[in-house]
Design a protein around this ligand. Structure first.
Ligand SMILES: [Ca+2]
Length: 164
């Protein structure tokens, strides 16, 4: 399926599941794709349904009703893939603040989801997705790597794809 078509199907699936569009009223001509709306909807669904709860062991698992930043990212990634976004379009980014204090010998890091095709970042502390460049600038983050291995317990560096 082409990216365009997948995104269109995703937009329809989301509209249908949220009750905004009855299944029998899907038009024959596909509507203008609103990938941004789909991303926004997943973001707000996560904000409403998942309660932030930190874990000391840095375990990566798809959030249920609770989770921390990486768990919520995995949940959003799963949701977007169910809506037709491709795995290649969804980057799990590990970030760090250059000046953050060390806590227990480890500098405070953060994990966010970037949707490459829309150039948007989804962060659990934000109400809405943000443009990637604006986001990085606002928070003064440094990109550590893109995580590509999501098994529950691993060292961060073992999760990462080397970046060119
Ligand atoms: Ca976790």
């Amino acid at each position: 399926m082409s990216h365009f078509l997948k995104a269109a199907v995703a937009a329809i699936a989301l509209a249908t599941s949220s009750g905004a569009l009855a299944a029998n009223s899907i038009p024959q001509d596909l509507p203008a794709v609103d990938v941004h709306q789909a991303i926004k909807d997943v973001q707000s669904k996560a904000n409403l349904s998942i309660k932030f709860k930190d874990d000391d062991e840095d375990m990566w698992q798809v959030a249920g009703r609770r989770g921390d930043c990486e768990d919520i990212v995995l949940w959003k990634r799963q949701q977007l893939m169910q809506l037709g976004f491709s795995a290649d379009d969804l980057e799990v980014l590990v970030l760090i603040k250059p000046k953050s204090k060390r806590a227990g010998g480890v500098r405070e890091g953060h994990v966010v989801l970037r949707v490459k095709s829309a150039d948007m970042v989804m962060d659990n502390v934000e109400r809405f997705p943000m443009n990637y460049a604006e986001y990085m600038k606002r928070y003064d983050y440094r990109l550590v790597c893109e995580a590509v291995d999501f098994r529950p317990s691993m060292r961060v560096q073992d999760r990462c794809r080397p970046r060119a």
